[in-house]
Write a protein that binds this ligand. Structure first.
Ligand SMILES: NC(=O)c1ccc[n+]([C@@H]2O[C@H](COP(=O)([O-])OP(=O)(O)OC[C@H]3O[C@@H](n4cnc5c(N)ncnc54)[C@H](OP(=O)(O)O)[C@@H]3O)[C@@H](O)[C@H]2O)c1
Length: 275
């Protein structure tokens, strides 16, 4: 009698924690993962948005849960982890998608580097970098205990090449690339090859945090949005579902020998010289 081996891409019943799951990219990804049969935990700060996100998962194959939890709040993260473990007994993956920018941590055209607001700069570093490191510290205790699990961080096109104006966010995302490689090595060398840490680097997807930068109110690209499109060989912004496949691959056993990588999902933005 022949038995079919499980698919390399099978995510059935995997317990996957997604931060920033009330946002555009991670919300869509979390719904997709639930549709694949994973048990998906939505994390965000706003209970109303979380309720709406959970309502959207009704009827999908996988179970879902939601917790209001700031990624910089250690006790809230620990409580969330313990509640998940009490319910499902394990945590298989953490997707660190919470992040974003704020105006004070950028340099507008009429200002210079010397005007940078250090308080806003620190807040953006904290949200993006510490907001990735701290949840990893808390949730990965479960992965390490199991000697198996996956972390996916969210990098950006701003990490490897300079994007004008965007200083704080770019510095934080560059540090996330470094953290991804560092933690991949730390976990593999200390706890074995069941633990993997990778990043996705989305190109330009229209979301809440960048909509006004990329699009005019009538939906046409701003001058900056058009500059992005001109630098993107696909000549368009990304569509949110175009991130799902890369996340699925990195979460599944299909990427069992892949760790410490940063995968661009960018329509060619990062490889294009502009000529
Ligand atoms: N869109 C793009 O083109 C693009 C490109 C490259 C990288 N990224 C990265 O992709 C990730 C998702 O971005 P997005 O574009 O989907 O942004 P988004 O729609 O603005 O979503 C951001 C998410 O982060 C959450 N968040 C913010 N501060 C938080 C905190 N202190 N604690 C917990 N959650 C917090 C927000 O939750 P609340 O509801 O609580 O505010 C929201 O769920 C981010 O890391 C972003 O930097 C995006």
């Amino acid at each position: 009698m022949s038995t079919t081996p499980p698919s390399l891409f099978d995510l059935t019943d995997r317990v996957i924690v997604v931060t920033g799951a009330t946002g555009v990219l991670a919300g869509s990804a979390a719904r997709y993962l639930a549709a694949q049969g994973a048990r998906v935990v939505f994390l965000g700060r706003d209970q109303t948005k979380l309720n709406a996100a959970l309502a959207d998962t009704a009827g999908l194959a996988g179970e879902t849960a939601a917790f209001a939890c700031d990624v910089l709040d250690r006790p809230a993260l620990e409580h969330t982890r313990d509640t998940i473990l009490a319910r499902w007994g394990r945590i298989d993956a953490l997707v660190n998608a919470a992040g974003g920018n704020q105006p004070g941590a950028t340099i507008p055209p009429d200002k210079s580097f010397f005007d940078l607001d250090l308080a806003a700069y620190r807040q953006v570093l904290a949200l993006n970098l510490e907001g990735t490191v701290l949840p990893s510290q808390i949730f990965a205790t479960a992965l390490v205990a199991q000697k198996r699990g996956v972390i996916i961080n969210f990098s950006s096109m701003a990490a490897a090449r300079a994007i004008t104006r965007v200083i704080g966010y770019s510095n934080a995302k560059a540090a996330i690339d470094n953290f991804t490689r560092w933690l991949a090595v730390e976990f593999a060398t200390k706890y074995g090859d069941g633990l993997r840490v990778n990043s996705v680097a989305p190109g330009f997807f229209v979301a809440d945090q960048n909509r006004r930068l990329l699009l005019n109110e009538n939906g046409t690209p701003t001058a900056r949005g058009q500059a992005v499109i001109d630098q993107t060989p696909f000549r368009r912004f990304g569509q949110t579902p175009e991130l799902h496949g890369t996340l699925h691959y990195l979460l599944s056993d299909a990427s069992a020998f892949v760790t410490g990588t940063v995968i661009p999902v960018d329509g060619g933005f990062s490889c294009f010289s502009g000529v």
